[in-house]
Design a protein around this ligand. Sequence first.
Ligand code: G6P
Length: 361
Amino acid sequence: MEKEIHDQPHAVADTLLGRTDEAGRLVLDEVRIPEERLRAVERITVVACGTASYAGMVAKYAIEHWTRIPVEVALAHEFRYCDPIVDENTLVVSISQSGETMDTLMAVKHATDLGAMTLSVCNTHGSTIPRESDAVLYTHAGPEIAVASTKAFLAQITACYVLGLYLAQLRGETYADDAKAVMRELQEIPAKIEDLLGRMDRVQEMAEFMADTRTVLFLGRNVGYPVAMEGALKLKELAYIHAEGFAAGELKHGPIALIEAGQPVFVIVPSPDTPHELHKKVVSNIQEIRARGARTLVIAHDGDDDVEPFASEVIRIPACAPLLAPLLAVVPLQVFALHLATAKGLDVDQPRNLAKSVTVE
Ligand code: G6P
């Protein structure tokens, strides 16, 4: 898993490779055939399980913003049984590292039966889900061996951005320039992950120091919300401790009752460039929980000084465009879970009760 975490700059770079022409326009050869159908897409439903479903949540924020196409994210095993609203103008995007997850495969088949166009975001060539789909966008994370997903997650998010930008470009010139600009920012992300991986000593120390922790909370907003969910999942999977991720705005609607002295809470702070005062609101969440004695472990961009007064620890990530931040913000959470589990003497590559690909429903 440690190797896979360190492979992440390549996972992102390789997933971006060859996606643009000389003029900076997106070219997706794999999805060219159903281009006409893609142009007619009225809504998108993402189906996935586990970590892949959190990549889907990130995709929702990005694709809706760039294309104005409504995107829904469904857990694959729920999708089939909820009488989903799907027709020939729906694009059903499945996300799966293995391409063999039975729940996700069944959701894809159900979508096909309902007449939807299906597109698979997948890391495994020739696996079942891409074969059952109308189109496939391969992630190029390389083989992922450790059971808990890390580099595949970053590659899935990257592929979803590429898909969103491609759809934006297909749907009109007004978006095409934006798409080019975002692609340029995306190209800078691998070097930023590399930089970030070089700063993880303090995160490792924190994890080792917290080996006896019984429960950890994670707060995030907008694209930081799925990052919070993923941070919690990594800790459950690897360290077998109770962890919960939630939307920071929900804090006052219940979870704040959980805050007591010493409770560790990770807070994923959006970029100060985020619109609608989102950044300010998250900073005031940190202040609220700190006032109740929480140990605030704050993930914030370089240069964001507003968080300092209320943070027990600040974990810095490089500055980037607000929608792209999950590719950076999740890294310290992966590293934290890895070292906490290691400090507990656990096998991080083969956690108990879990399988790399779940081929039963
Ligand atoms: C299993 C793994 C998870 C993974 C999920 C989806 O539950 O333990 O780590 O996120 O399956 O896997 P997939 O191969 O479909 O991405």
